[in-house]
Design a protein around this ligand. Sequence first.
Ligand code: DX5
Ligand code: ZN
Length: 216
Amino acid sequence: MIKIAPSLLSANFAYLKDEIDAIEKAKADWIHYDVMDGHFVPNISFGYSILKDVAKVTDMFLDVHLMISEPLKYVDHFIDSGASLIVFHIEAMKDQAQTQELIRKIKDRHVQVGISIKPDTPVTEIADYLELLDVVLVMSVEPGFGGQSFMPLALSKIKSLKNMRDHHQYHYLIEVDGGINAETGKLCKEAGADVMVAGSYVFNSDSYQESIASLK
Ligand code: DX5
Ligand code: ZN
């Protein structure tokens, strides 16, 4: 069954524990934690000290999406703060050696590792790393803000990631992020997504339970 990862970016930050409890009760599978630095993306969200507090009040799987420049510099802080999975952007990396170093660093600390690609970045950009990854995160909006419209170009990327996984027997999950609702979620599911992030669709709904159920 597909996993649903509500993005805390669209939660009410003043009531974060209540929001976390509510999505857990509503059968969310993962918590998606969007880190934005105002440099890699034109918005600022939250960092690792809030992640540490979040990790203290929930046992849910913490899917940390780093939309930051220089992830290598900060990754240990996010791991120390309780991340279950670290997803970084390939566009934030200097070169292949640095990307390999970051993957190794995360794995050495026994945390899952994923790479995300922006809408303009082809899947081929990360081909060399696929065998090492637990997750590939396909952005279906330009990262930076919740509430944007789904970009259908994500669907062909999901399909080709699925084909490549089948062909080479890789093990990564395919995650999609941005503009997910019942309609676009269905398309992603059909294309082969394993995990869907949903921010505004869940947190702006009257019933978290119903909105999450409508994606499954
Ligand atoms: C966008 C973030 C997303 C965002 C999704 O930069 O990575 O996780 O919260 O929000 P919705 O579901 O509202 O598009
Ligand atoms: Zn995200």
